[in-house]
Write a protein that binds this ligand. Structure first.
Ligand SMILES: [Zn+2]
Length: 234
């Protein structure tokens, strides 16, 4: 088998399991944090940061099904990060926190706790956020892609000419944009790209769209991204 599956890799505040999959050569590094994991090689894909955006979970799940039949290296995939939010079709996690405002970036700000963008009691306070931070600390991924839905676009927080964003744009027909049009302190993009120079791509599918169309739209682009990342010796 060319991939591993950790069904209870991490737990949420409500003790729900967060699953992690990856190419088999990476399993020992995930399970033994004291080993020196390969740096700047891994492609990490995350679905379900926002629980009310099923397009992102469906895309991650389809991508995973495809990856299981390949023999590619250097990848990790979380099908659904915000497990409790997803169960309840809620943007935030069980603590009312918008996980994409909870990363401990330099620009993290406190926001009102009834807010749709509630950033949490402190930077990185949430267990789901911490799970992603652990992977970032261990692997310093070469690229992180997280899958959302709102208005169709590919948000690139990284080098302007990054070919992976172009692949996803060509595949989906969605435009590459440098930001979402409003500030997102505490976002994965802030923490990853602004603070640590890890490129972050956020795919935004049309919200409330036909879920059967999301994978076909992104498939050719995502396949190229994962194949390139496996083949290239960075
Ligand atoms: Zn979202």
């Amino acid at each position: 088998m060319s991939f591993f599956k950790l069904k209870n890799w991490k737990q949420t505040a409500l003790n729900s399991d967060i699953e992690l999959y990856g190419s088999s050569e990476l399993q020992s590094y995930v399970e033994n944090p004291h080993l020196n994991a390969p740096q700047n090689k891994v492609l990490l894909l995350i679905g379900g940061v926002h629980g009310d955006e099923p397009e992102g979970v469906v895309l991650a799940e389809h991508c995973l099904e495809w990856l299981k039949g390949q023999n590619l290296q250097n990848w990790l995939l979380i099908p659904c990060l915000n497990v409790d939010g997803y169960k309840n079709n809620k943007r935030t996690n069980s603590q009312g926190v918008d996980l994409n405002r909870n990363f401990p970036s330099k620009n993290w700000v406190h926001s009102p706790n009834q807010d749709r963008y509630y950033s949490g009691s402190s930077p990185g306070s949430e267990k789901e956020t911490q799970a992603v931070i652990d992977l970032i600390n261990a692997f310093q991924p070469r690229l992180i892609i997280h899958c959302h839905s709102w208005k169709p676009c590919i948000v690139l927080s990284g080098p302007e000419d990054m070919k992976e964003a172009q692949y996803l744009s060509e595949s989906s027909g969605y435009e590459v944009v440098p930001d979402i049009g409003y500030p997102t302190p505490g976002s994965l993009s802030s923490y990853g790209w602004i603070d640590q120079k890890i490129p972050i791509i956020c795919t935004e599918e049309q919200e409330h769209s036909d879920l059967s169309q999301t994978w076909p739209r992104f498939a050719s682009g995502l396949k190229k991204v994962f194949q390139d990342n496996s083949d290239t010796d960075f």
